[in-house]
Design a protein around this ligand. Sequence first.
Ligand code: 5AD
Ligand code: SF4
Length: 469
Amino acid sequence: MNLPDYVEARKRTKQKLAIEHYSNDVKEIGKGKTYHIKTYGCQMNEHDSENIKAMLEELGFTNNDDYLTSDLVLLNTCSIRENAHNKAFGMLGRLKHLKEKNPNLIVGLCGCMAQEEGVVKEILEKYKWVNFVFGTHNLHRLPYILKEAVEKNTSEIEVFSKEGNIVEGIPVKRDSKYKAFVNIIYGCDKFCTYCIVPFTRGGQRSRLKEDIIKEVEGLVKDGYMEVTLLGQNVNAYGKDLDLGYGMEELLEEVSKTNIPRIRFVTSHPWDFTDKMIEVISKYKNIMPAIHLPVQSGSNRILKLMGRRYTKEDYLTLFNKMKERIPNVSISTDIIVGFPGETEEDFLETLDLVNKCKFDNAFTFIYSKRENTAAARLQDDTSEEEKEERLYRLNEVVNKYFLENNQKLVGKVVPVLVEGVSDKKNELYGYTDTNKLINFMGAESYIGKIVNVKITSAKTWSLDGELDEG
Ligand code: 5AD
Ligand code: SF4
């Protein structure tokens, strides 16, 4: 049994990591059995689930969309806020009943929650029937962990507190035939005081440029139209490698693979260089859509959050992007109710939103996370007040989403068509600036980039018609 340990998880060493290659000699333990994965949280988790699916299928398991009739149910969990926790524990509650009826059911838990000391302790005490738990640093060991759990019928807990080597060659079963996630950097060394990610995902580790390019070239060959380069903080790409290249060079080289669309998430304002802005504006296949979390507009709160920039720094960067990248859309993340946030601090955030008029914003109430620095700060603001701030913030951000969308009416934009929308029998896709759009058209357009004229705007989506002219 390997349990998570926060003292270890916090450590950052300068030690050079080696590259390992995935290998698996466990075979057929899933033959005739089905699996179901529930994925919570961010794109990084979604992509990990794509790896997990491929590893399970290599073992003979087949996918089952219904967890109630599956032989194996795996929860790929998220730690970012309390409600993500609650969802996973709620699901474990339901699985307990299922397991009482069907003792052969195999239940596993992985992802960020598996890296939390408190969570694993709770599983050991109250959810002893969970068959296996593994963390974010040993995804590639799934076949072996599962084999032990199945054959010995024990509870296998294998969580490494510290990141290991970078493992290349883990198989992947992608959810889309047109859009793909590609990891470029794992972990985070920023230690923003509210954030649990540096503990659950470990230290910053970049993949080698050659491995990334090889993966993207493979995607081009397979007909993929879009790649999203993933990292907790993509702008820090390469800083740990000492090889003399960073995100700027990586973006240029990915651009030269001629994949039609490149996106990247998430960017920390701290590492966003002028050269990055130049590269984004220079290459046509790098999409003019940047996710640039600000978190707060108050300098006092930004300092307490450990964000390393001021409201003014953020605005300078924001304006530079708007000036230099034609047609750019900028989205953000905002937290309200950070410990000690006053009404004045909150008004600073509203002021920043009024200046930036974001194209999209994900807004959250601060959630206290185990072992983070902010968890030790005094928090006097009531839950009602925090909810009221979130409500007021959402009113303002939503107003700008609609206003920005309305400005697009009449314009013709390129859209990557992804499928048929559930509701209206229309096609749907995303514009270059990452806006959802619905329009009538033949299914043969799915997987292609077409021009669509925007005919009307809503807060969270656009309507349009094909522009074949
Ligand atoms: N509470 C609320 N929101 C958080 N985020 C990260 N940690 C917390 C927390 N403890 C938000 C940040 C981040 C996004 C992914 O989630 O806004 O950018
Ligand atoms: Fe968390 Fe800050 Fe790292 Fe983002 S940059 S993952 S908010 S510590």
